[in-house]
Design a protein around this ligand. Structure first.
Ligand code: PEP
Ligand code: MN
Length: 256
């Protein structure tokens, strides 16, 4: 069980992290944070350093984005999870975040993993785009070997031959991690499918598979999002998802 300033990940309570893909502005983030808080989320997510496929796409607001995350999360009593892409930013990101997110593209950035092993703050380790479960466990081992055992796994889909979805969400990874590790695992149905219409069904399935929580992209106006609008839920749909999940959580002996 990982304690994030009073929010426990891996216990009876399912933990929900939600918010936009990227921090874009104070207004956007505040609207998202108020919506996810009202829906029952525990964490505000949002990227300030974005690892984009194209160098011409929005790269994130950097420290300005981190400041907005902290401010708006505090206004709404939410914890902050945000991505770190460079080991030299550990101090900077740590000043504002409660959990460091290691993105899929950095799962085997061993210098970053080793550096995160030297801090105490929890790390959410996303599965690499084409990483096996064994490679993923070894990546976590890099962090743990340095002394930081506060690690949360996050299944976010893997690359397969299927093109209808952005990635193929591998829910068998939840069962595998439960068998192989004592650490908690959450599921990201947003990146796992790439399509907002599929987020709710896959969130349900993740909870039924035994996940300890979810990370979900929510944007107040997905149609104008600077990244990942196609997979972002509106506040209304996030609310629907959260009320729906209660029933499955109960069957699983969990709370949401
Ligand atoms: C994200 O969470 O916005 C993100 C970039 O995720 P991933 O590393 O899983 O692609
Ligand atoms: Mn995203």
């Amino acid at each position: 069980m990982i304690d994030v300033n009073g929010v426990k990940v891996g216990g009876e309570q399912l933990v929900v992290m939600a918010g936009p893909c990227s921090v874009e502005s104070l207004d956007q983030l505040r609207e998202a944070a108020q919506a996810v808080k009202a829906g029952g989320a525990h964490f505000l997510r949002g990227g300030a350093f974005k690892p984009r496929t194209s160098p011409y796409d929005f790269q994130g607001l950097a420290e300005e984005g981190l400041k907005l995350l902290r401010q708006v999360a505090d206004e709404n009593d939410l914890r902050v999870v945000t991505e770190i892409v460079d080991k030299d930013d550990i101090e900077l990101v740590g000043k504002y975040a409660d959990v460091y997110q290691v993105g899929a593209r950095n799962m085997q950035n061993f210098q970053l993993l080793k550096a995160l092993g030297k801090v105490k703050k929890p790390v959410m380790l996303k599965r690499g785009l084409s990483a096996t479960i064994s490679e993923w466990l070894n990546a976590a081992e890099y962090i743990a070997a340095g002394g930081n055992e506060n690690i949360i796994f996050c299944e976010r889909g893997i690359r397969t031959y299927e093109t209808y979805t952005r990635n193929t969400l591998d829910l068998s990874a939840v069962a595998a991690i439960k068998e192989l590790s004592h650490l908690p695992i959450i599921v990201d149905p947003s990146h796992g499918t790439g399509r907002w219409q599929m987020v709710q069904p896959m969130a349900r399935a993740a909870v039924a598979a035994g996940a300890d929580g979810l990370i979900i992209e929510v944007h107040p106006h997905p149609e104008v999002a600077l990244s990942d609008g196609d997979q972002s839920l509106t506040p209304k749909n996030f609310n629907l998802l959260m009320s729906d999940l209660g029933k499955i959580a109960e069957v699983m002996g969990r709370k949401i």
